[in-house]
Structure formats: structure tokens, C-alpha cells
Write a protein that binds this ligand. Structure first.
Ligand SMILES: [Cu+2]
Length: 142
């Protein structure tokens, strides 16, 4: 009797294991975004981003790979906007980046350029249901 209970438990546990792994992988997509990724967060979202190339060059176009992870179970994001500015100088970039969703909460952002070294801020705008939440990431660029 004891032996058959153990066997039944094992049979039930086996098919469930891959599903549990898939859910935890999706939940940890930002934590597991890969080497070189940086994490930033706001009230409703976490995001992981990585520049291409890394580190961000001065005076050359670069791209960002961004993964958005809503904190709430079943949470979503409808869109992502990205911009950058130098607060101490009162200016932004001379280029307007394009944001392309590539699935699973990931985005490829192209056409960014930091035209001078110094203290920049990357601004991520997370849009959902008419609401915008901003995540600001300060960066020293040399
Ligand atoms: Cu400047």
C-alpha cells in the first residue's frame, strides 16, 4: 500500500515538472536575461536591458535589448518607449530610436546615439491602459 502510494505520487509529479519549470522561467525572464544585462524596476514592472555593443560607445549608433517583466501575476505591458537625456546639460539625443517588439515581453531598440561623454539617463516608458510608468536608469558614459 505504501509502495503504490509512492509510485502514484511519482507518476503525478513527473508530467507536472516541465510546466512548473516553464512558469518559473517566464517569471524570471528579467533575472535570467543573460550576462551583461542590467536590471531596473518601478512599482509595476521590472526590466532587464543590455546594450549592443557593450559598453555603450560615444558618438556611434547602438541598440538595446530590453525584457519587460510585469510584477503582477498575469500583468502585461502594451508598449515600450525609450529615450535618453543629459539632465545636467538640458538636452537629449539627436536621434529618435525605434522600438520593435520581438515577443515574450522582449524589445529591440535601435538608433540610439550618445553624442558626448558624461552623465546620461536612459528613460524607459512602459505603457498599459492609458497609463505610463517611467523607469530611469542613470549611466556614466566615457
Ligand atoms: Cu551633454
Amino acid at each position: 500500500m505504501v509502495a503504490s502510494t509512492v509510485a502514484l505520487a511519482a507518476a503525478l509529479a513527473l508530467p507536472a515538472a516541465p510546466v512548473a519549470r516553464a512558469q518559473s522561467a517566464a517569471k524570471d525572464a528579467c533575472a535570467a536575461a543573460g550576462p551583461g544585462s542590467r536590471l531596473a524596476e518601478s512599482a509595476q514592472y521590472r526590466l532587464a536591458w543590455r546594450s549592443d555593443p557593450t559598453p555603450i560607445p560615444v558618438g556611434r549608433l547602438f541598440a538595446l535589448e530590453v525584457t519587460v517583466c510585469p510584477r503582477a501575476p498575469g500583468g502585461t505591458v502594451a508598449g515600450l518607449g525609450v529615450d535618453a537625456r543629459m539632465p545636467a546639460h538640458g538636452h537629449g539625443m539627436n536621434y529618435k530610436p525605434s522600438v520593435k517588439p520581438v515577443g515574450d515581453g522582449r524589445y529591440r531598440v535601435e538608433g540610439l546615439m550618445f553624442h558626448m561623454p558624461g552623465q546620461w539617463e536612459l528613460v524607459f516608458e512602459l505603457r498599459e491602459a492609458g497609463r505610463v510608468e517611467r523607469i530611469v536608469q542613470a549611466l556614466a558614459v566615457r
